[in-house]
Design a protein around this ligand. Structure first.
Ligand code: FES
Length: 91
């Protein structure tokens, strides 16, 4: 079976799934994405596409983060970035 990977950043060979996995680990900003994976650090033509993937992935995780805020539970490390986004949206 062949697994297809959509490459978002050709210069650094970073796939859409790698970006989604990075968000799953708590990443939530383009500057962090560049620092952590090196995305967009060469020609920069991937940044708009990557930004959309990050935005969609973060929004998909927000309900869990909001639920933790409502429960006033200490955010799990995996959701701490999303909780910060949820707090910023709520303020
Ligand atoms: S395609 Fe990402 S830096 Fe060039």
């Amino acid at each position: 079976m062949v697994t297809l990977r959509m490459i978002v950043c050709v210069c650094n060979a970073i796939s859409e799934q790698e970006i989604k996995d990075w968000v799953e680990l708590g990443g939530s900003s383009m500057s962090e994405l560049s620092d952590d994976l090196g995305l967009g650090t060469y020609c920069g033509s991937c940044r708009d596409c990557a930004r959309q993937i990050v935005t969609d992935s973060v929004q998909a995780r927000l309900p869990d983060a909001i639920h933790q805020l409502q429960d006033e539970a200490e955010p799990t490390p995996k959701l701490s970035g999303f909780v910060a986004v949820a707090r910023a949206i709520g303020s």
